[in-house]
Design a protein around this ligand. Sequence first.
Ligand code: GDP
Length: 193
Amino acid sequence: MIIKNADFEITAVNPAQYPVSEFPEVAFVGRSNVGKSSILNTLTNRKSLARVGGTPGMTKTINFFNIDDRMFFVDLPGYGYASVSKEKKSSWETVVEKYLFTRVNLKMIIMLLDIRHSPTKDDKTMYKWILDSKIPYIIVASKADKISKGQILKHIQVIRSELQISPDIKIIPFSSQTRQGKEDILDIIGTLL
Ligand code: GDP
């Protein structure tokens, strides 16, 4: 899939604010700081479509990006920021849960995990939600440039076994620095069109 134009469409919290459209949607989820903004920018060839390195844990909104007037990329709020209050956590849950479990346009979930680290408790909860949603998904192991090439497979195996991801599910090493994995991910997203 080739992306020519990507533009911010709208910010939403409630379903009533989601765009009215029939475009398929690809949602990006992951811990704060995992590289979600960076992958959105890399996939769309934009420097700052999504804001990189913003204050972690602050954004509780869903951002929709219009991809060539035929698809939306959906940036779900990051999770796992240590110092958020209980109230903030539950507002995060409401926002994300509503989207994942009610949005009929949602056709694929891309879950990001930092390739260097074992999945956290929050990652495990998120992964369970993804399985419960029954939406097709792929796992992207971000920041692959931060480990040596020879270590990549080992780290992927840790992620696979910790989350008990079945062998037919792809885990794609990705780097927004080297763009490793970009074409593979775009090809998979392209199957929705
Ligand atoms: P988000 O909070 O998930 O949206 O994460 P960001 O995209 O804002 O990235 C968090 C930090 O990790 C920033 O300092 C990025 O520059 C850095 N980062 C993101 N992706 C990569 C990557 O692929 N390689 C490296 N080396 N750093 C990255």
